[in-house]
Write a protein that binds this ligand. Sequence first.
Ligand SMILES: Nc1ncnc2c1ncn2[C@@H]1O[C@H](COP(=O)(O)OP(=O)(O)O)[C@@H](O)[C@H]1O
Ligand SMILES: [Mg+2]
Length: 341
Amino acid sequence: MQRKDPLPYQLLPDTLLAERFLVKRVLAEGGFSIIYAGHDLNLEMKVAIKEYYPFGFASRNHTYSEDVISSSEDEWQTFEKGKKDFLKEARIMARFSVEPGVVSVRDFFTENNTAYIVMDYLEGVTLKTWLEEKEPLSVAEALQLMEPVMTTLSRIHEKGLIHRDISPDNIMMLKDNRIKLLDFGAARNASLAKEKGFTIKIKRGYAPEEQYRSKGKQGPWTDVYALCATLYKCITGVKPDEAIERVYQDELKRPSQLGISIDKRQEDALMKGLAIFQKDRFKTIDELREQLYPIEESANSETTTATTTATTTATTTATTTEITSKATNQGKNPFEIAGEL
Ligand SMILES: Nc1ncnc2c1ncn2[C@@H]1O[C@H](COP(=O)(O)OP(=O)(O)O)[C@@H](O)[C@H]1O
Ligand SMILES: [Mg+2]
């Protein structure tokens, strides 16, 4: 929803950054950032500007100053640490900007005691918004839609990075039908996966159980889970139950149990991608893809038909809370949830 007047902590329209970028309206807010539409005065083009603003650790009143401040030494230290991570996000995005399926970063810099990432402005809607109108999608439609995301992920993994926050709100559907991956805030080098001291970011329903644990072994399979959770949401309209709940009691229904018509082999593949424990899951996106997209449709392929009524979906809808991005709205501290392990 768009607001006409910016709130006091948001930058005012026409604020100039880095002597080059004009801030326009607020596009979105997460637990750690504010995203503005902006204008690049040099290139004369629209951009998106992501500002580091960790709610609960920062404040600002644009009437007095554009500087972001923290109110205590402790908060300031956490704020500074997060700022470094934010700039790391910018560098990761810049490195992967060459990928056609990743949003391009144009610049990043520090100013106003905080940090900024300038990206290409993507004309479109997030998959989350898109699904609100279109879901559930047919299996064929969903697979077609997610195909480029898989290609991008597979290439990212090849280069040693895991995204760790694949979900419908981090996938942008462009007007020209291209798809771009957003938000590398949770990404980190797979080779550093064992190092402690990394930040965790958990999105309920999409994050696998290993993301909840300090010793959870993360890798491409972590994105496999989130991707399959996204696919599950596309074709059933239901977000999968939270992984940590499933560890104790797994009540995740197969799409066919929710009345979805789906090829048995594809359903098996989807459920294997959603296996609670990493050892039971596909290890790579390519393994998943091989099973999800059979080379040729076998004429006598077994289709599992609806066994229960679609009304079941209502009762199985998972909580829609996103720990990271909505943390502030719930009065929670984003760093407590996405803090250091
Ligand atoms: N380059 C962009 N162009 C247009 N909209 C964007 C762009 N980047 C982000 N957004 C919008 O801002 C939202 C939040 O961006 P994201 O990078 O995912 O931040 P967060 O880390 O707060 O989740 C996205 O879901 C999308 O709606
Ligand atoms: Mg996001």
